[in-house]
Design a protein around this ligand. Structure first.
Ligand code: NAD
Ligand code: DAO
Ligand code: ZN
Ligand code: ZN
Length: 369
């Protein structure tokens, strides 16, 4: 079938709106009509060429929501008409990783997904007779896409696509890092570095679990008002701090953060995030994705004296199990997504969405098909 898509032909070039061809779902696969998709920093990172795993030509996008149109042979858990959120971290519930119950990083289709292919090693997309690659197993910058059954979370049908699409990455990554990865307890003093699409969701996760001090750190003063609305209790702009930022944060948190979160992808900030943690027990969670080849550093004595450095992918969430619950939290008004969606765009305006992101003017832009 013909589908409308924003195609990334080359790194560093704007996306190109094209009609591309999509072949139908094979064994274990599902054809989904994408109704809305968020634009995430990671799409921009890949498009820029800085992502070492970035492959072209490809259809990017990994933060979508839509409706099942057709299921391939052997698909049992989904049927035509079901509402779904695509999962770049699938959940097969069979592989060693899934059954370990220690990680959300299902490896069932990791090899092919990382090469931009479906599990049988081929692509469903083509343009002018040549294959176009999938991206993070999702390719939500097309109004129809094909995904493996294990990479789709079934969600309730009354949830609006143009807001719950954000649960496909940013919301789950931020809130999940608090709840599933760091397991923050009520009363904790916390520091969040970077108050963008991920950091603001960390803030609302911290508020949800009853954290005490929620300190937000960002160089963009425009982020303060929104972060306060989501639960931030103290704002620190590093540019306004005289002297050492880490010492300032340790003082502000009364001896150091019980938990800190890096939501930028900057290795110098990752070090600050670890070192502002409380001696003996502070835990720092890295969420930001650093540029290719970047390395983190600290003095080992920071760890010897009880601080812990951990990381989180997709908030540690098991997609098919946890994403429907997060949709319920939104529908029950336990979490706020509406105020984070600052722009709604047509597919033809997608490059404008990336420009808004680059200028720091949007939190989340959503393309509504
Ligand atoms: P964003 O651009 O919306 O937000 C980043 C924020 O950091 C901005 O507000 C910016 O002003 C601030 N900032 C930049 N440099 C700073 C510095 N030195 N000190 C203080 N503040 C600074 O980005 P986002 O969408 O929130 O994504 C954040 C990171 O998370 C990215 O690296 C993205 O690739 C990554 N990410 C990770 C996962 C995961 O599963 N681990 C999922 C999605 C996104
Ligand atoms: O299992 O090795 C693996 C791949 C895990 C991918 C996790 C991606 C998380 C970070 C990328 C940002 C996503 C938007
Ligand atoms: Zn994302
Ligand atoms: Zn698995």
């Amino acid at each position: 079938m013909d589908v409308r898509a924003a195609v990334a032909f080359e790194a560093g070039k704007p996306l190109s709106i094209e009609t591309v061809q999509l072949s139908g779902p094979r064994e274990g696969e599902v054809l989904v009509e994408i109704k809305a998709t968020g634009l995430c920093h990671t799409d921009k990172f890949t498009l820029s060429g800085a992502d070492p795993e970035g492959l072209f030509p490809a259809i990017l996008g990994h933060e979508g929501a839509g409706v099942v149109v057709e299921v391939g042979p052997g698909v049992k858990s989904l049927k035509k008409g079901d509402h779904v959120i695509p999962l770049y971290t699938p959940e097969c519930r069979e592989c060693d990783y899934c059954t370990s119950q220690k990680t959300n990083l299902c490896q069932k289709i990791r090899g092919t997904q990382g090469r931009g292919l479906m599990p049988d090693g081929s692509s469903r997309f083509s343009f002018q007779g040549r294959p176009v690659l999938h991206y993070m197993g999702c390719s939500t910058f097309a109004n129809y896409t094909v995904l493996p059954e294990i990479a789709l979370a079934k969600i309730r049908e009354d949830a609006p696509f143009d807001t719950v699409c954000y649960i496909g990455c940013g919301v789950t990554t931020g809130i999940g890092a608090v709840i599933f990865t760091a397991k923050v307890e009520a009363g904790a003093n916390c520091v969040v570095f970077g108050l963008g699409g991920i950091g603001l969701n960390v803030i609302q996760g911290l508020k949800m679990v009853g954290a005490n001090k929620i300190v937000g750190v960002d160089m963009n003063p425009a982020r303060e008002a929104m972060a306060r609305r989501f639960g931030m209790t103290h704002f620190v702009n590093p540019k306004d701090v005289q002297g050492d930022l880490v010492a300032h944060l340790v003082e502000l948190t009364g001896g150091g953060a019980d938990y800190s979160f890096e939501c930028i992808g900057n290795v110098q900030v990752m070090r600050q995030a670890l070192e502002c943690c409380h001696k003996g027990w502070g835990v720092s969670t890295i969420i930001g994705v650093a540029p290719a080849g970047a390395e983190i550093a600290t003095r080992p004595f920071q760890l010897v004296t009880g601080r812990r450095w951990i990381g989180s992918a997709f908030g540690g969430a098991r997609g098919r199990t946890d994403v429907p619950k997060i949709v319920d939290w939104y529908m029950d008004r336990k979490i706020n997504i509406d105020d984070l969606i600052t722009h709604r765009l047509k597919l033809e305006q997608i490059n404008e969405g990336f420009e808004l992101m680059a200028r720091g003017e949007s939190i989340r832009s959503v393309v509504v098909y």
